[in-house]
Design a protein around this ligand. Structure first.
Ligand SMILES: [Fe+2]
Length: 383
């Protein structure tokens, strides 16, 4: 190989590695990260097609999470048994395989070709391993232009695989962390709501309505998922309100009402102690300002109009709606239809018009059957 060609390869390799690590930093979806890594690998090594297989230990399967090439669509999401095919062998042993003629190989699982219509001739399969733990395998199929992959190709694939294994590992950790965080927040909200039998499920419903409104208003997925988490914590400050006030069945005295209002300030205070601080800004705003109203009649600070953070206005509408439509000790709770009418009546005086319109449209569209709306969304929210 000429020096120039070698250098070109190194540059390409470096760019691939850099991009892979940048993508990880930007926290984009794991599927997208893997797809890009695979595409870069296929291009650098010069293969016709490629597949990235990830081991799912819980399900005892190996799944094609990214695929590139003429039959990619048929291969994506295909599942293999743990010990199936060359992929299974590479994952089991942690050793790379360079196969010149796939058809005559004893481990060849030709059902992948059968189901995809692709004809595999030569193949490189390298393990994706981090700290001795195999997470999956990368497979590059059919060297372009010439018949076989070279030893040089395999070393390049191994180097790239190590990098993508790291990206995969980090993404899995990130995903796991997010799942853990969300379930911790949900549990906390549930425990919080359970203190008062009349507010069971309140935080979860408010968070769900807030998410729907944000989606309707055109927020991107990451923003409304963040809002969902923050909205779950909107009443966290109720931890600091004594039971006898929080659970009092009758009318509250002025002093008791003053005490209840403090849950906003207490909540913001609790959340502002969590690190990293810049990740908590929205949750703090929501906890502090979800009872503020456009005309300044809300609490704790009597903010007016745009002084109220927009996310807090969304959660404020969702919160008011849930308070109206669930039974309390002092009322049976309105129907969803009259809840929506009430929001529309207070549009632009108490609540932001865009937010109310978005929510009222959602409610009308599902004929006030929110379970139906949830079911028809059915797009597998990760939430
Ligand atoms: Fe509240």
């Amino acid at each position: 190989m000429t020096q120039l060609k070698d250098l070109e390869l190194r540059v390409q390799e470096l760019v691939t590695l850099l991009e892979a690590s940048n993508q990880l930093n930007s926290n984009i979806e794991m599927g997208e990260v893997l797809e890009n890594i695979l595409l870069q690998m296929v291009q650098v090594v010069g293969a016709e097609a490629g597949t990235l297989w990830v081991l799912n230990k819980e399900r005892q399967k190996i799944k094609a999470v990214a695929a590139y090439g003429p039959s990619a669509f048929n291969i994506l999401n295909l599942e293999l048994e743990m010990d199936e095919g060359i992929v299974g062998k590479v994952i089991g042993t942690g050793e790379a395989q360079l196969i010149e003629n796939v058809a005559s190989h004893p481990n060849w699982a030709n059902r992948v070709d059968h189901s995809s219509g692709f004809v595999t001739k030569s193949m490189i399969t390298v393990p994706l391993a981090v700290k001795g733990q195999v997470l999956g395998a990368l497979q590059l199929l059919n060297k372009k232009d010439i018949a076989f992959f070279s030893e040089q190709d395999i070393s390049l694939a191994v180097a790239l695989a190590n990098q993508s294994a790291l990206a995969l590992h980090n993404s899995q950790m990130y995903d796991e962390l997010q799942r853990m965080l969300l379930s911790m927040i949900r549990t906390l909200a549930k425990v919080l709501d359970a203190r008062d039998p009349y507010t069971a499920g309140h935080s979860e419903r408010v968070a769900k309505y807030s998410l729907w409104i944000a989606e309707k208003l055109g927020f991107d997925a990451q923003s409304y998922e963040e809002l969902y988490k923050a909205a779950l914590l909107h009443d966290i400050g109720k931890i600091g309100i004594p039971d006898d006030i929080l659970r009092k069945p009758g009318r509250l005295t002025n002093d008791e009402y003053t005490a209840i209002k403090k849950h906003t300030i207490i909540g913001a205070d609790i959340l502002s102690n969590i690190e990293p601080k810049d990740a908590m800004v929205q949750a703090i705003q929501i906890a502090l300002s979800h009872h503020e109203r456009l005309d300044g009649s809300g609490y704790p600070h009597g903010l007016v109009g745009e002084e109220i953070p927009f996310l807090a206005q969304i959660v404020g509408v969702a919160d008011a709606f849930d308070a109206m439509t669930t039974a309390r000790s002092y009322s049976a709770g309105s129907s969803f239809e009259s809840g929506a009418e009430e929001l529309l009546r207070c549009k632009d005086t108490l609540f932001d018009g865009k937010v109310v319109d978005a929510f009222a449209t959602i409610l009308q569209d599902c004929d006030y059957e929110v379970e139906q709306y949830e079911a028809q969304l059915g797009r597998g929210y990760r939430l």
